[in-house]
Design a protein around this ligand. Sequence first.
Ligand code: NDP
Length: 658
Amino acid sequence: MGSIGRQPTESAPLPPADEHIDFAAVAARYREEREKRLRVEGLNQYHSVEVAALKHYTEDKWSQPVSRAPVSETVDYVIVGAGFSGMILAVRLIQAGITNIRLIDKSGDFGGTWYWNRYPGAACDIEAYIYMPLLEETNYVPSEKYARGEELFAHSQRIGRTFGLYEKTLFQTEVAQLNWNEDTRRWDVSTHRGDRIQAQFITTAGGLLHKMKFPGVSGIDTFRGHSFHTSRWDYDYTGGDITGNLHKLANKRVGIIGTGATAIQVVPQVGRWAQHLHVFQRTPSSVDVRLDQPTDPAWAKSLRKGWHQHRMDNFNNLVAGAPVTEDLVADGWTNVLAKVAVNAKMVADAEAASDPIAAAQLIHQKMQTANYKKMDQIRKRVDAIVKDRATAEALKPWYNYMCKRPGFHNDYLPTFNQSNVTLVDTQGRGIDRVTEKGIVFDGTEYELDCIIYATGFEYLSNDYSQRLQLSIRGRNGITLEEHWKDGPRTLHGLYTRHLPNHFIMSITQTALAPNFQHLLNEQAKHIAFVVAETMRRGATTVETSQAAEDEWIRTIIRLGKLKEDFLRECTPSYYNDEGVISEKTLKTGRYGLGAPHFFQLLANWREKGTMAGLELDGKPVVPGVDLTDENIRVSGGSDSAKKEMAKTAGVEAVVRLL
Ligand code: NDP
């Protein structure tokens, strides 16, 4: 790829792992810490923001309300959500010739996550050169390796301007209902502003992490001080802006609840300004080095056509263990993921061995050893930075890498050396309650002027339409909740039976690339292809067949077993439904052979051009296609190996072991 190169990075390596780690002792500690955190309530332990007393936390602080007359129109396509997923889809549709599009979003501008999350210190921790979408199309190179929130938001606006999306978008508008109308063979879209829109196709692109959640403790609404959630930062109260300078906190006692990826970015900022900061921790995050650096202009100039896709592919292949000759991104993700997460190559290697079970055991052992070592390094980093021994001990994560979303920051751990910052380690229990004056843990009431909830968002296993806060009703009035009552049902994560012409952009039953934008781009390309092809063939509706949906779910569950034991042994988090693993967890999960494999599967499907598994105008496109065979074929490795894998009990055991 000509001069597409590796940008020089300042390296700040983790301390080396111990030569001799007592694996049995570490495993026992992992179990012990996990036990402390398991709760019978699982996902139901949190307060939903829909509780009346909490609803005010969701108010939009970034845009003034605008009034407008209701819209009544007919379009080809409605996209619900104008974050990166909705925007990428709009662009790919426009490129495929489908321009009569309407985007709808409840926020006041583009950006989704990056519209709402304007907390001080917000930044991406996947490299910006691969995380930011449509860079070549917008002729833009990010200003630094890990772009800050304001640059990410500005890029959303740039995409909006470049592709004329502002004229196509209804902001500050919440979709209330999506109803399939069998008479018109279109979707009736209604909004809380009284809009009535008919659309041939729709996509729900509502994002993954947008519906905030709160600790399931009493007293949140009784607190007399000030409080807010990180995704609605109150700069009127704190002073400053997304870059920091929170000067109004100088005489304030602040409590931050939560120590996830958001808190890691927020804590150094608040710690710099608050009179005193108490950080209430339930489980420590793994906090790795972040190789911050500005973009070298000479490097940016040297980039040639195709660099963006090439770099995204390089990262994606590398973290999934596919053979690559160079590591362009070279950061905390690429140095470890291929070693600790099961991937298609491992499965293929085990299958090809003369004794597949022994081979799988060996791979499993290697993977676990690499994981122990990585976490040992993460804990050593805490020791190297945090001076107070008790605080350092409390900040050490005791669980496998990737049980929780890994964090990356250079200022988080040093913040705990400041005399105005106190870690309140709740040892897995969480805070006991909120009072009028502050937060109570273990008999001590911490008096506070301000509480900041860094307690995250509802995730996949919470009902899809409830999470999107809208009702979706398909053919014969069947709702998405009814169809998904035993867990999600899709083909390729994109279409679901009874909801014709409806496409989903999410990560359920699809592959999760650590670089989420890469997945969104592949999904958008695929949807645009299917829609254009449906139109080209003169059909009005496209829908997955029942057989294809059934088969895809079987594939997802079967390959989900590759990760089941790993998830079961993990400390609770949203990655493993807070430790309560069921078949629904596997159904909600991802395609088990990884993102490169899944993207290839979609590309092969498009190339084949048969629209296998889909019905156009209610009729199978390829009559009599053997879908079982199709999906075994696409589920990994060579055709014959995969058939064997499905048939041979021994190889099923390999799947189990890995
Ligand atoms: P998380 O869900 O990751 O973290 C929530 C935090 O709140 C956890 O530390 C959790 O503890 C804690 N918590 C929950 N209940 C209690 C309680 N009762 N008492 C004390 N603590 C409690 O949310 P985040 O907003 O941090 O991150 C969400 C996601 O957003 C990330 O996983 C990541 O995918 C994304 N993100 C990405 C960034 C990027 O750079 N690309 C930056 C920031 C976020 P416990 O761990 O015990 O559950």
